[in-house]
Ligand binder design. Structure first.
Ligand code: NAI
Ligand code: MG
Length: 447
């Protein structure tokens, strides 16, 4: 069944939005197509159906968007608004996100594959709370005062003060795993401080950002304060990060692209914030309840189909309880209900794209070829849609690629340890450093 066949389940607003089929991008307060006329196809990962097209942004569109953001910053009212006015508009946007939460969750589900129920409970509600949190900051940004000692004027008294001013035009490039939420995480602080923004959503999942653009318009933001350019990495992302009119780049995505962006930022002396990959360890201590540890470990890796930067993708359990933890984890993996994100019973949706499914299945095969044992899952589920079965790999070693590299799917590698110093060294032994967790026995004072 395709998502569009399931329109009975969808809110009226979602149906209207999807019925438009083509969604232009937002530049300088106008909804426009790419200057080249080129389009990108947007697929539903659950059934591979074409759900929409969006403009394939190119350097000309990026240039128009940066100029619109620059003009809104230099001559528009936004940076000159009273902080309380920016606060009010951010609060209004949060209210609109909440008002259309069901629609945003459904769009996210159809575009990304994730469960609509979870998207509503997590992605949408966290996005709204985050915008409110950032709204509060708008009125609380302050500098400092200093008594300055000037040695060659010992009789004089000097007072210096600092003011925090908006940086300027912010380029925000986001990944596809939490499209709306990542967009909110970028927009909130930039808007609270009076910056203007060019947002580039991931080419796999542009729809919730474009819907958010409508809410930004409805909330009454001045034209050009938020511009949304759709397009892929080489066509739109790279020209945006290399644009000399950008003052700050904020990026969430792969480490590989993050390095390119760091270099582009350096070339233009732009500020940069990167949120990149992870291979986060989960350490289960010797005297833990194995069932509790397995339930936590399953949630740590399988939430959002494992497409989470801080997913618990390496499980280290003490050798005394390793077999029981792994058996319970495998049972939990096998029990998860795989299905369409619009089905309320679904616990594991499809991965975002064929490319990502092939990449994740490729890693499972690499693991097998290097001697790993598949104790749950092990590859694609079904032959339509980008579903991968929740997978547990054992018989792995620290140096293997499946232990070292970010897989970004529902695949966990599990290893026994018998010594805390040893497991701490293993936990630290990857190129990543994003997250880590430790499962303690009940009653332990360290949490
Ligand atoms: P990616 O890093 O290529 O894409 C993320 C964003 O960057 C997208 O908006 C994309 O259009 C843009 N982009 C791509 N190339 C660019 C360039 N040269 N300049 C500027 N922007 C560019 O990630 P991709 O290819 O979708 O996924 C590959 C792998 O990256 C995943 O398998 C996963 O391991 C990792 N990844 C990690 C994420 C995390 O949150 N840790 C998020 C997304 C991907
Ligand atoms: Mg890429």
């Amino acid at each position: 069944m395709t998502a569009l066949d399931k329109t009975d389940f969808l809110s009226e607003k979602t149906r209207q939005f999807l019925a438009e089929r083509h969604h232009p991008m937002l530049i300088g307060g106008r909804w426009v197509d790419a200057a080249s006329g080129q389009k990108l196809e947007v697929l539903n990962p659950a059934d591979e159906a074409l759900i929409a097209t969006v403009p394939a942004g190119s350097p000309a569109d990026v240039d128009a968007a940066v100029k619109a953001a620059r003009s809104a910053f230099e001559t528009g009212p936004w940076p000159r608004f009273k902080p309380a006015e920016r606060e009010r508009l951010l609060l209004r946007l949060a209210d609109l996100v909440e008002r259309d939460g069901q629609t945003l969750a459904e769009i996210e589900s159809i575009d990304n594959g994730k469960s609509a129920a979870i998207a509503h409970a997590v992605d949408v509600s966290v996005a709204a709370s985050f915008l409110r949190y950032m709204a509060g900051w708008a009125t609380k940004i302050e500098g400092s005062t200093m008594d300055v000692s000037v040695p060659f004027m010992p009789q004089a008294e000097f007072v210096a003060y600092t003011r925090k001013e908006p940086v300027g035009v912010v380029a925000a490039i986001v990944a596809w795993n939490f499209p709306l939420l990542l967009a909110a995480w970028k927009l909130g602080p930039a808007l609270a401080t009076g910056c203007t923004v060019v947002l580039k959503p991931a080419e796999q999942t542009p729809l919730s950002a474009l819907y958010l653009g409508r809410l930004i318009e409805e909330a009454g933001y001045p034209a050009g304060v938020v511009n949304i350019v759709t397009g892929d990495g080489p066509g739109a992302g790279a020209p945006l990060t290399g644009h000399p009119g950008v003052n700050k780049i904020t990026f969430t995505g792969s480490t590989e692209v993050g390095k390119l962006i760091g270099k582009a930022a350096m070339d233009n002396m732009a500020r940069v914030t990167l949120e990149l990959g992870g291979k986060s360890p989960v350490i289960v201590l010797e005297d833990c309840d194995p069932a509790m540890a397995a339930a936590g470990a399953a949630n740590a890796i399988y939430f959002n189909q494992g497409q989470v930067c801080c997913a618990g993708s390496r499980l280290y359990a003490h050798k005394k309880i390793f077999d029981r933890v792994v058996a319970d984890l495998a049972a939990a993996a096998n029990a998860l209900k795989i299905g369409h994100g619009l089905d309320a019973a679904t616990q594991i949706g499809p991965l975002v794209s064929r490319e990502q499914m092939d990449r994740v299945c490729g890693y499972i095969d690499i693991g097998r070829a290097q001697g790993a044992e598949v104790v749950a899952g092990g590859g694609r589920a079904g032959d339509v849609g980008y579903f991968v079965r929740p997978t547990v790999l054992t018989q792995v070693e620290q140096k293997m690629r499946v232990v070292q590299e970010e897989i970004f799917g529902p695949v966990v590698v599990a290893m026994p340890y018998d010594d805390l110093d040893q497991v701490a060294a293993w936990a630290n032994d990857t190129p990543y450093g994003l997250g880590a967790s430790c499962v303690n026995p009940p009653g332990c004072s360290v949490r």
